[in-house]
Design a protein around this ligand. Sequence first.
Ligand SMILES: [Zn+2]
Length: 446
Amino acid sequence: MSLFYESKNIYENKQELPAIFEAAAGYMDFMKHCKTERSCTAYFKKKAEEHGFLPLEKGKRLQAGDKFYIINRGRAIYLGIKGKLPESEGIHIAAAHIDSPRIDLKPCPLYESEELALLKTHYYGGIKKYQWTTIPLALEGIVILEDGTTVDLSGNDYTFCISELLIHLSRKEMEKTASKVIEGENLRVIAGHIPDMEADKDKVKSAVLTLLHEKYGIKEKDFISAELSLVPKFDPAELGFDKSLIAAYGHDDRICAYTAFEALMQIEDAPEHTALVALVDKEETGSQGVSGMQSEFLELVVSRIAPEESILEIFNASKCLSADVNAAFDPLYPAPTEKQNCCRLSHGPCITKYTGAGGKSGTSDATAETMHYFTKLFDENGIRWQTGLLGAVDAGGGGTVAKFMGNRNIDTVDIGIGLLSMHAPLEIASKADIYETIRAFASFLK
Ligand SMILES: [Zn+2]
């Protein structure tokens, strides 16, 4: 018997490689097609329907084993399976987010300068702005036209880019700090260059508007009733000679959303406790708003699952895994992490007692009892897990949806997959962690 605690690299066991690579292939296909919360919601809805999940309608009575889903405004989806026990015995919830850092168009984005049409933007979520210049960007999202028609621009073949000053003339720029070298107002993308010689002013902007109108019926005013985002235009790629890792845009937090979803899809029989997977929006900007985890849409969902029971009693008896990514130890940047309390690539899902910053500020600090419940559950199910914190004390910090579940009086702990380069246009994750995290969620939801 060892008295020491240590986590292990899942890749040490070569027999599991085929299963790990198979799980990762499904994830990569999802990541290739889903780059916004709307596209993720549509993907999960379609897949869930294929697994027999039905819309959770008002007034509909659920029986044990019934599989259901409900969409919140096209930007979040809640899926679940009714359990054998009444909800007053508690619901088992896994909550992840499907929004990722990106660059949103402003409501009046289009203008012309020096024979170039450009789009003004406001970045979404925490980014190092200099990482988002000179990379190919795709435009995703919807526009609602004056007559109410919704135009979905996702999957188009346009490419956009934010230019940057050449090194030869950057003597002054190179002296600026990283947070200042690219200003937020300079995150503007090039959108066109051919002029319309018939137009009396803004000839290039006019030509772009004509193109958009001919192809989609879009007028300049319609940008106001739109959600348009620029996201990195890269397909997910297997990384390294051994292809053990995946480089992709938006692992945060679609990697946790996908693994929780996959675990739910694997459940055949009615679980003991009602299982609920909440895949929500707006985590990157604080979880506010109708589609974020602070929205009372969760209360609506629970009231539809168990119309006769007290939501307060249900929450009091429930448990939640707040599923979000963590910072894996990076040998290139050891300083801001504390080696004994950080997660590592391929050591399985990372359980995190608290997040926050500077004196645990803004965290939901899981109770010892909740930590024990989950570590025991995972041990009993042979799940290889690890524990870790986001960084060394006072190195910085971050938050998740955990506190919004904790505030609802739901016992909650953070769990997630460790990444390298979190919030960069291209993030790195381990295939082994995807495989093991699906197993971890399944052990809790089944
Ligand atoms: Zn994030």
